[in-house]
Design a protein around this ligand. Structure first.
Ligand SMILES: C[S@@+](CC[C@H](N)C(=O)[O-])C[C@H]1O[C@@H](n2cnc3c(N)ncnc32)[C@H](O)[C@@H]1O
Length: 206
């Protein structure tokens, strides 16, 4: 018998047969419904780490927010909904996730979003954001996560903030140290349910 091809949520071309489903999220008095599918992260429901990231995230009414590794679009779409004059830019390497994020933006009725397919910062080269938020693809490997953290300052405006959530059991503290190394310091701004959220701030010279 031939082995079935292995794919992961971060695979550029997920081979898992499609089986769409709807997951729901209550956040800040709003009700969200997202279509998700097999072969994307957090198929069963919005990840607890993603929710903690949203709780930690501070953004202004007109901020430009990059949701890096957007999956089916939870973070960027919630930001775009809560701040209709803000702009959310969503990027993912997984084309199925990108399709879902576009569909979810449409279904949620937000037009202040842009969704791009591509590797890390490649689709937003030359652009700078007030906020970058990520629930990083730990399983894609350390090199990818390091490139994600190291690439952040170049894509932030002065004073811009970088938020990263990770599971304590999957090396969140190590990632917190990585954020501190890249930004000069990192603050643990939220902790709960086995996850931690770190924030780095771009000061001049970083
Ligand atoms: C842990 S998931 C988080 C998804 C979504 N933000 C959420 O919280 O539900 C990480 C995401 O990063 C994406 N990813 C992995 N490698 C990437 C890369 N090189 N560039 C962009 N996105 C990547 C994966 O496809 C996945 O959707």
């Amino acid at each position: 018998m031939r082995a079935r091809p292995q794919t992961h949520y971060f695979s550029p071309a997920p081979l898992a047969p499609s089986r769409p489903r709807v997951v729901e999220l209550e956040f800040r008095g709003r009700h969200f419904r997202f279509v998700t599918d097999r072969g994307v992260f957090s198929y069963r429901g919005v990840d607890r780490g993603t929710r903690l990231l949203l709780e930690a995230l501070e953004f202004g009414p007109e901020d430009e927010v990059l949701d890096l590794g957007c999956g089916y679009g939870v973070v960027g779409i919630v930001v775009a909904t809560l701040a209709p004059r803000a702009r959310a830019v969503l990027v993912d390497v997984n084309p199925r996730a990108v399709e879902l994020a576009r569909e979810n933006a449409r279904r949620c009725g937000v037009s202040n979003v842009e969704v791009f397919h591509g590797d890390l910062y490649a689709p937003v080269q030359g652009r700078k954001f007030d906020v970058i938020a990520t629930n990083p693809p730990i399983r894609a490997g350390r090199a990818v996560v390091r490139a994600l953290v190291e690439g952040a300052p170049a894509h932030l405006k002065p004073g811009g903030r970088f938020y990263l959530v990770a599971r304590t059991a999957q090396g969140a503290r190590t990632l917190g140290r990585m954020v501190a190394e890249v930004f000069g310091e990192a603050e643990e701004v939220e902790r709960g349910g086995g996850y931690r959220v770190y924030r780095g701030r771009k000061v001049s010279g970083v």
